[in-house]
Design a protein around this ligand. Structure first.
Ligand code: 13P
Ligand code: SF4
Length: 326
């Protein structure tokens, strides 16, 4: 069995940050001194997005990682995204602001269990959503993201048995859209599974002109109500280009930072969760802070290191995905 990627142990105690430090200025200086880039996902806090060199959805971030010439990549996102960057850049330094920033989809699909599922279906094709560990990627025939899944699954011959892991909502959405019957791993995202049909219906009544924009990780009941379903970048572009003025956004509200920048005159309403909580915010993405971004660039740790055999095996379906996404 291939081992999982290992964090290099951080320093026992880090030097504290001088409270008067101009963090943005220091981050800019460190990027230049160390020839580093910051790649950030849309779910990061606005202040992290504002110091990033590139902001995107999972596919765009993988594409940016595949083409960067920087010596150091600071990945402001979650662990599986940083792993993808490392897989594509085995010889570069990849640092993450917080090594504990995981993902409920990735942790809900342990490689041993996915391997056992695959073994029960000899000859089947395993398609994995990029929100999975490197060890699951290494078992997969195809990796997909929310922005290319439809295109890639459509190319798999219909007579093939297809296993789709780990997001049952995205898999179910693809099954419906493409008329397929892929077998689905029973995983969900803790954030996208929380949106309330009842509260969104209430919002639609109070904002009759508003369009509902949803990420395909949402439950089917939300996807059926949606006016547009797409990746974070897809949602951003749709809202920016649309002639409509009001949008209910059923994805993590970090995306609103770029939406408001791109279309300040429009109204963006974050879709509410069923419970009275902030659980529409991704607790993993929000582990990263501007201070941790600064420290990761200053100290070049926590640093992502991976078992070379795992890295090579996981790279095969990622390269295939990048090729099929051109
Ligand atoms: P995107 O690839 O659409 O940005 O989605 C990533 C993600 O983790 C959604 O929860
Ligand atoms: Fe994972 Fe959901 Fe967070 Fe995306 S929002 S990183 S799928 S837990």
């Amino acid at each position: 069995m291939l081992t999982r990627s290992l964090p290099i142990a951080g320093r026992a105690a880090r030097e504290p940050i001088d409270p008067s430090l101009d963090l943005e200025g220091e981050i800019a200086r460190l990027k230049s001194d160390k020839n580093a880039v910051i790649l950030a996902h849309y779910y990061q806090d606005g202040e992290i997005q504002d110091v990033a060199d590139f902001i995107g959805d999972s596919l765009q971030l993988a594409q940016a990682a595949a083409t960067t010439k920087a010596d150091v990549i600071c990945f402001a996102g979650v662990h599986f995204m940083a792993e993808t960057a490392k897989i594509l850049n085995p010889d570069r330094v990849v640092v993450v602001p917080d090594m504990e920033a995981g993902c409920s989809l990735a942790s809900g699909a342990p490689a041993e269990k996915v391997a056992a599922w695959k073994a029960k279906h000899p000859g089947a094709v395993l398609v994995s959503y990029i929100n999975c560990t490197a060890a699951v990627k290494a078992l997969s025939d195809y990796i997909v993201t929310s922005s290319n899944a439809e295109k890639i699954v459509a190319q798999i011959p219909r007579e093939k048995t297809v296993l789709f892991a780990p997001d049952k909502n995205l898999g179910g959405y693809l099954n419906k859209k493409l008329g397929r019957d892929m077998l689905l791993w029973p995983g969900t995202c803790i954030v996208h599974d929380t949106f309330s049909e009842r509260k969104i219906t209430g919002l639609k009544t109070r904002h009759p002109g508003a369009l509902l924009l949803a990420h395909p990780e949402c439950d089917d009941v939300i996807l059926r109500m949606a006016d547009y379903v797409g990746s974070t970048t897809g949602i951003l572009h749709f809202a920016t280009k649309s002639e409509k003025k009001e949008f209910i956004v059923a994805t993590e509200p970090g995306i609103l930072h770029q939406m408001k920048k791109a279309a300040a005159e429009k109204t963006f309403i974050p879709a509410p969760p069923e419970a009275n909580c902030a659980c529409n915010e991704c607790p993993h993405m929000k582990k990263n802070t501007l201070e941790k971004v600064y420290l990761s660039l200053r100290d070049l740790e926590p640093r992502l290191e991976m078992d070379p055999a795992l890295l090579r095996a996981a790279r095969v379906p990622i390269d295939r995905m990048l090729e099929l996404s051109k």
